[in-house]
Design a protein around this ligand. Structure first.
Ligand code: ADP
Ligand code: MG
Ligand code: MG
Length: 915
C-alpha cells in the first residue's frame, strides 16, 4: 500500500523499449513489471528459464498516451526476436519447425482485469504439421493449435469464451469421453476447424495466420487491457497510479502437454499456511499452463513427482532452495517439464496467511537470512489484528454451508434472522443473532448494531454491509453468491454438491467466519486467540505449551518495541480498561473520556446542574459530583501509576444527559391531562427544548460548555487535582494531564487555563503537594489546526482528535455518511478506504502536519499525540511517525497493532533516510 501511493517514477527519455531476459533484474519492476523482472532475475541466476524478452512499461505508456506504439518499438522487437530465433535455431512460426512463444502481461503490481496469457503464438495452418512432425506427436500439435485459437480468440479478439468451451464439451460428448486428454488428433483437428469457424463468425475476419501479426496483436491487446473497467476500478481502490502501464513478456514456449513424461506445476518454497519447510505444490501430467489450477483433471501432490521423474524433482528442490536463499523469503513458482526437462516459468515472493507471515519472518532470522529490522517488514498490523480475533475451533466438527467474501474479521455464531426488526427484538431478549440479508442498506443499521454478525449474498468488500460492519468492528461475510436468501419466507437455501439442498430457517443456528469468508451450519465452538492469551499474560511465550505462533509474535513484538520511536498509549475510561491496556503494552492513557462519570445514577445530579437557577443550586449539584469523580480518578491513576493519564474534560452536548424529548413530552402531557403536572418534569422539558440542537456535533459542547456553565470544568479540574494529591499521599506516582476538547481559538483555552491554574494552586496549597499537572488541548477543528501556533502559547500539549477533525474537514457527519453513501464513494473509487478508517493524508493529514510545525515553532517542547481511532490503524500510524508525533493512543485491543506498526514505521523511515 505504502508503495502503491507513490507516483510513477519519471523515466529517462530512453528509446530502449525491449529488454532481453538476460538484461533485466528484480529491481526493475517499474520498467519490466513484476513478472518480467523476476524472469530476468531467474535467468541471471542461471536457472532454466525459456529464453525471451520483455517490452517495457514505458512502451505501454507511450501507446496509452499517443494511441499507437512508439515508432522505434517495431524494429526493436524485430531485433530481439531475430536474436531469439537465432538462439533457438528456428524462426517464429517456421512451417517445418515453428518457434512458438507466449505473450504475457505483467505490471508492477499484479491486478485483476489485465489480459490473460496467450500461449503457442506462432502456430498456423502452415506450421501445425511441422510442429507435429518435429515433436513426433500429432495430437500434441493439434491440441496446441486449438489452445492458441481459443486463448487468442477470447483474450485478443474478444470472442465469448463460452463458445469455445461449449464446442469442447460437444466434442467430448460426441465421443463419449470425460476429459480433454481422451480426445485424439483427429478430434482436435476437427475442433480447430470448429474454433476457426467461431472466430470468423464472431469477428467477421479469420484467425490471423501470420505469426508476427499474431504476436503484435497480442502485445497491443495487453497494452489495451491496462484500461479495462476492472483494472481501472482496482487501481483506484488500491491507489495504484493510473499511468504506470504494463510490461509484456514474450517467452519461448516449452510444452508440458507432450505426453506423460511432461507436465506443469505450481509450488511454494514453504507452506504458505504454516511456514513449515517442506514440499508444497501440485503437479499435473501431460498438461499446459493453467490446467494445473483450473481443476480440469485431478492434480497430484508435488511430492509425487519424485516417483514420476526423480531427476526433475531433485533439480526442482535444488532450485527452490536457491530461490529462497536468493529472495530470502517464501517464493511461489510455476514450472513445466517438457519430456523430462525442467523449465521455470515464473516466481515471486508468495502470499501467505497471517500466522505464517510471523513464523516465516522469525524462521528467516534464525536461518541468518534476514535481520530483525527486515523481519519487521515481513509482517504487518493487519495480519496481527487478524491473529487477535477469536477463531472457530479447528478441531471441532463442522458442516460448511458456503463461502463468501471475508469482509470484516472475527468468528460469530447466532440465530439466523432475516430482517432488522427481528434482529433488534431478539437481541433485546438476550439472543445472539446473525443478520442475513441479500444486501444491506441504511434501514438495516439498527439490525446490524444488534446482530452478532452480518451475512449477505451480494456485494463485495466495499458494499454497504462490509463498510458499515468494518466501521463497527463487527464480523461480516458478504457476497456469498451461492446462498439463496429469501427474506419474505425468512430462510436461506444452498444448492450443495450432488443437488443436496440445505435450508436455514429463521431461528436456526449459523456460524460465520469473517476472516476466511466461510459459513457453517449450526454452532461451531469458538476458541480465544492464543495471541490474545499471550498479550493478556495468560500464556507465556517461553512455556512448553506455547505454540510456534505465539513465540513468533513475542519475538516480533520485541523487535518492534526496540525499534520504535512513537510511544503507544491507550484510550481508556476505567481502571479495568487501563489495566488491560497496560498488559497489552500501553505506555499511558492518551484519552480518558469523562462522560461516563455523568451517567447512571449520577444523571440526576446532572439534571439538577442543568436546571439550577441560582449559584447555590448549581454549586450543590457540582458538589455532589465532585467526590464521585475524584474517586474515579484515584482508581485510574492507581491503575496507570507512573504513566501519563490524559483526562479530557466533558465533551458531549448536555442533552445527551437528559431524558428523551418525546418520552418526556408524553409524560408531561399525560400528567397535565390528569391535572397533576410535576414541576420538575415541566422544567426539565423546557430545558430539553432549549438544549435541542439541529447539529449537536457543531453545537454547545466541548470547551463551549466549560465556558457557559460556571463551575463545571473547575469541578472536574478539582477532582483530578485532589485525586492526584491523594495518590501522592499514598506514595503513588500520578501523572495527570488535563485536556480541553473542541478548542477553536486560543482565547477559549486561555480562559479555561486561568481558571484551572487557580484551582490547581488551591489544591496544591491545601494539600501541600506539588502536583505537576500539565494542561493541553485537543486539535480537532480546522481552525485550531490553522492557528496552532497561537494555541500552543496556552497549551503544553496537543492531542489530535482525528475523528472530529475528519468530520469537520470533510464536512461529514460520520454516523450519517458511513451508512448512507460511503459505499457509492468507495465503488466509484473517490477514496480507496474510508477516511475514518485511515487518515486522509492529503486533507486532514496536511492540517495535522501544519499544526505540528506551527505548534513546535511556538513551543519547541510541545508534546504531541493523537487519540482518534486512527491511532490504531496501521497506515495512519506510519503517517503519525512521519510527521513527528510523540505518541499515538488507541483502544486497548489495538495497542499491539500500533506498537508493531510504530516499529515498522521507524525501520522504514531509517531506510529512506539512508537512501
Ligand atoms: P498468470 O499471470 O495468470 O500466472 P502467466 O503468464 O504466468 O499468467 O501464464 C499463464 C500460464 O501459462 C502459467 O501456468 C504459465 O506457467 C504458463 N506459461 C506462460 N508462458 C509459458 C511458456 N512460454 N511456456 C509454457 N507455459 C507457459
Ligand atoms: Mg503465472
Ligand atoms: Mg472530539
Amino acid at each position: 500500500m505504502q508503495e502503491n501511493s507513490q507516483a510513477a517514477e519519471p523515466q529517462p527519455a530512453s528509446s530502449k523499449f525491449v529488454y532481453d531476459f538476460t538484461e533485466g533484474n528484480r529491481d526493475l519492476k517499474d520498467l519490466l513489471g513484476g513478472k518480467g523482472a523476476n524472469l530476468a532475475e531467474m535467468t541471471n541466476l542461471g536457472l532454466p528459464v525459456p529464453p525471451g524478452f520483455t517490452i517495457t512499461t514505458e512502451a505501454c505508456r507511450v501507446y496509452l498516451e499517443s494511441g499507437s506504439e512508439p515508432p522505434a518499438l517495431r524494429d526493436e522487437v524485430s531485433a530481439h526476436l531475430a536474436a531469439l530465433e537465432q538462439r533457438m535455431g528456428r524462426s517464429l512460426g517456421q512451417a517445418d519447425d515453428p518457434l512458438l512463444v507466449s505473450v504475457r502481461s505483467g505490471a508492477k503490481f499484479s491486478m485483476p482485469g489485465m489480459m490473460d496469457t496467450v500461449l503457442n503464438i506462432g502456430l498456423s495452418d502452415a506450421s501445425v504439421a511441422g510442429l507435429a512432425e518435429k515433436a513426433g506427436d500429432e495430437r500434441f500439435a493439434w491440441d496446441s493449435y486449438r489452445r492458441l485459437i481459443q486463448m487468442f480468440g477470447k483474450t485478443v479478439l474478444g470472442v465469448d469464451g463460452e463458445l469455445f468451451e461449449e464446442a469442447i464439451e460437444e466434442a467430448k460428448r460426441a465421443k463419449g469421453v470425460a476429459v480433454d486428454i481422451e480426445l485424439d488428433a483427429a478430434d482436435l483437428k476437427e475442433l480447430v476447424e470448429r474454433f476457426k469457424g467461431i472466430v470468423s463468425q464472431e469477428t467477421g475476419g479469420g484467425f490471423p495466420q501470420d505469426p508476427r501479426e499474431q504476436m503484435d496483436l497480442a502485445v497491443r491487446a495487453v497494452f489495451d487491457s491496462w484500461n479495462t473497467d476492472r483494472a481501472k476500478l482496482y487501481r483506484r481502490q488500491e491507489r495504484i497510479p493510473g499511468d504506470l502501464g504494463t510490461a509484456v513478456n514474450i517467452c519461448s514456449m516449452v510444452f508440458g502437454n507432450l505426453g506423460p513424461d511432461s507436465g506443469t506445476g505450481v509450488a511454494f518454497t514453504r507452506d504458505p499456511a504454516s511456514g513449515h519447510q517442506g514440499v508444497y505444490g501440485d503437479y499435473l501430467q501431460n498438461a499446459q499452463g493453467e490446467d494445473v489450477v483450473a481443476g480440469i483433471r485431478n492434480t497430484v501432490p508435488l511430492a509425487e513427482l519424485e516417483r514420476l521423474d526423480k531427476p526433475s524433482y531433485d533439480q526442482l528442490m535444488q532450485i527452490m532452495e536457491t530461490l529462497e536463499l536468493h529472495y530470502k523469503d517464501l517464493c511461489d513458482i510455476e514450472f513445466t517439464i517438457e519430456r523430462g526437462k525442467l523449465w521455470m516459468l515464473q516466481t515471486r515472493v508468495g502470499k501467505r496467511t497471517a500466522g505464517a507471515a510471523f513464523r516465516i519472518a522469525t524462521q528467516l532470522v534464525d536461518q541468518g537470512l534476514i535481520d530483525e529490522a527486515e523481519a519487521l517488514q515481513r509482517v504487518n498490523g493487519v495480519q496481527l489484528a487478524q491473529l487477535m480475533f477469536p477463531r472457530f475451533d479447528d478441531t471441532a466438527e463442522r458442516e460448511l454451508l458456503g463461502r463468501g467474501i471475508a469482509a470484516s474479521p472475527g468468528a460469530a455464531v447466532g440465530k439466523a434472522v432475516f430482517d432488522s426488526y427481528t434482529a433488534v427484538k431478539w437481541s433485546r431478549s438476550g439472543e445472539k443473532v446473525i443478520l442475513i440479508r441479500r444486501e444491506t442498506n441504511p434501514d438495516d443499521l439498527n439490525g446490524m448494531i444488534a446482530a452478532n454478525g452480518i451475512l449477505t449474498s451480494r456485494g463485495g468488500k466495499t458494499s454497504h454491509a462490509a463498510v458499515v460492519a468494518r466501521g463497527m468492528g463487527k464480523t461480516c461475510v458478504c457476497g456469498a453468491e451461492e446462498l439463496e436468501v429469501d427474506t419474505k419466507r425468512r430462510r436461506l437455501t444452498v444448492e450443495g454438491a450432488g443437488k443436496k439442498t440445505t435450508v436455514i430457517e429463521e431461528g436456526d443456528l449459523i456460524s460465520i467466519d469473517g476472516s476466511t469468508g466461510r459459513i457453517y451450519v449450526g454452532e461451531v465452538p469458538v476458541v480465544p486467540s492464543p495471541v490474545v492469551e499471550y498479550f493478556e499474560g495468560r500464556m507465556h511465550a517461553g512455556a512448553d505449551d506455547a505454540d510456534g505462533l505465539v513465540q513468533a509474535v513475542h519475538r516480533i513484538m520485541a523487535y518492534a518495541d526496540r525499534m520504535r520511536r512513537l510511544s503507544v498509549r491507550t484510550n481508556a475510561d476505567t481502571a479495568e480498561d487501563a489495566a488491560r491496556a497496560r498488559r497489552f503494552g500501553a505506555q499511558g492513557i492518551g484519552l480518558c473520556r469523562t462522560e461516563h462519570m455523568f451517567l447512571g445514577e449520577r444523571r440526576e445530579m446532572v439534571e439538577r446542574l442543568i436546571l439550577a437557577d441560582t449559584d447555590s443550586e448549581r454549586e450543590d449539584a457540582l458538589g455532589g459530583l465532585l467526590p464521585l469523580q475524584r474517586a474515579d480518578f484515584v482508581e485510574l491513576f492507581e491503575a496507570m501509576d507512573g504513566l501519563p493519564v490524559t483526562v479530557r474534560l466533558l465533551d458531549p452536548p448536555l442533552h445527551e444527559f437528559l431524558p428523551d424529548i418525546t418520552e418526556l413530552s408524553v409524560r408531561v402531557a399525560l400528567a397535565e391531562s390528569r391535572k397533576d403536572a410535576n414541576e420538575n418534569d415541566l422544567r426539565l422539558l423546557q430545558a430539553v427544548h432549549k438544549l435541542h440542537e439541529q447539529n449537536p456535533m457543531l453545537g454547545l459542547r466541548g470547551v463551549r460548555l466549560g465556558l457557559v456553565i460556571p463551575g463545571l470544568f473547575a469541578m472536574q479540574v478539582r477532582a483530578i487535582a485532589e485525586a492526584a494529591a491523594h495518590r501522592v499521599e499514598a506514595k503513588g506516582d500520578p501523572r495527570a494531564e488535563i485536556m480541553i476538547p473542541l478548542v477553536g481559538t486560543v482565547q477559549e483555552l486561555e480562559i479555561i487555563r486561568d481558571e484551572a491554574e487557580q484551582v490547581i494552586a488551591e489544591v496544591e496549597a491545601a494539600t501541600g503537594t506539588e502536583l505537576g499537572l500539565s494542561l493541553g488541548t485537543m486539535i480537532e477543528l480546522p481552525r485550531a489546526a490553522l492557528t496552532a501556533g497561537q494555541i500552543a502559547e496556552a497549551a503544553e500539549f496537543f492531542s489530535f482528535g482525528t475523528n472530529d477533525l475528519t468530520q469537520t474537514v470533510w464536512g461529514f457527519s460520520r454516523d450519517d455518511v458511513e451508512a448512507s453513501f460511503f459505499t457509492a464513494y468507495l465503488e466509484k473509487g473517490i477514496f480507496g478506504v474510508s477516511p475514518f478508517e485511515t487518515i486522509d493524508r492529503d486533507g486532514v493529514g496536511s492540517l495535522v502536519r501544519h499544526a505540528v510545525e506551527a505548534g513546535r515553532a511556538t513551543r519547541p517542547d510541545l508534546k504531541l499525540g493523537i487519540c482518534g481511532e486512527h491511532g490504531g490503524d496501521p497506515e495512519s500510524v506510519h503517517f503519525f511517525h512521519e510527521v513527528g508525533l510523540d505518541y499515538v493512543s488507541c483502544s486497548p485491543f489495538r495497542i499491539p497493532v500500533a506498537r508493531l506498526e510504530a516499529g515498522r514505521a521507524a525501520v522504514q523511515s531509517k531506510g529512506s533516510d539512508s537512501r
